[in-house]
Design a protein around this ligand. Structure first.
Ligand code: ATP
Ligand code: MG
Length: 213
């Protein structure tokens, strides 16, 4: 069984939830990448500054790692501080990994649709593949800029992502989970239960630190 490739999933993780985690394990089970790193950003570039400190978002992602050895947290964006541009993170990772190992950036359809607003977005594909996962409520209606980009780079099979270091896009349908961090923040604000949407240790952390009130 082939295990080539490092998958990464960036996000605000404000807080991390089962939509993120289920995505990660389904991708690992399907493609046997050697590992998947969750990379919480320090400062999201296209969102308001989160109400919760970067260190607390990082703590919650650590608490969510319940012994699946393939999953880990990478704190480089939080350690780096400042605006978290994906291109900087990918350049860093590429230096560490060397030129040949596949690097797979996993992201939800909503994030992918916003790609043309990202810093240096057209260069990202030189450093990694895109594995775009379905997300309830988001249809792949690609605006012109993005549809041309997809035509250029779309893989004919997902296995192409394991045969080259970067440069391919693949769309994947996973178990649909209509969970979002904003929904969890909204429930917490109204004092409603957030149980079963995220791992219990993360729920306990939110309650203990009275986050999102
Ligand atoms: P918010 O509601 O604050 O935007 P979020 O739930 O979208 O939070 P992010 O941290 O913004 O979480 O997302 C990180 C990555 O995970 C993005 O690529 C996003 O598309 C993906 N993602 C988040 N939730 C899901 C889900 N339920 N299913 C599939 N992908 C998801
Ligand atoms: Mg989001």
């Amino acid at each position: 069984m082939k295990t080539a490739g490092l998958a990464i999933m960036g996000g605000t993780f404000d807080p991390v939830h089962n939509g993120h985690l289920r995505t990660a394990v389904e991708i690992l089970d399907r493609y046997h990448y050697s590992a998947l790193k969750l990379i919480p950003c320090f400062q999201p570039v296209h969102k308001d500054r989160p109400s919760v400190m970067p260190q607390q978002r990082l703590d919650m992602v650590k608490l969510a790692m319940s012994g699946d050895a393939r999953l880990s947290v990478d704190s480089r964006e939080i350690d780096r501080e400042g605006p978290s541009y994906s291109i900087d993170t990918l350049r860093d990772l590429r230096v560490e990994m060397g030129p040949n190992e596949p690097l797979i950036m996993v992201l939800g359809m909503d994030s992918f649709l916003s790609l043309p607003t990202w810093h240096d977005w057209q260069k990202i594909i030189q450093y990694a593949h895109f594995l775009v996962v379905s997300r309830p409520g988001w249809e792949p209606d690609l605006i012109s800029e993005l549809s041309g980009f997809c035509e250029n780079y779309r893989a004919a099979s997902p296995h192409e992502l394991q045969c080259a270091p970067s440069g391919r896009i693949w769309f994947e349908t996973l178990t649909p989970l209509g969970i979002s961090s904003s929904m969890i923040r909204g429930l917490a604000r109204k004092n409603e239960s957030i149980a079963y949407l995220l791992p219990e240790p993360v729920q306990n952390y939110i309650e203990q630190h009275q986050l999102y009130r």
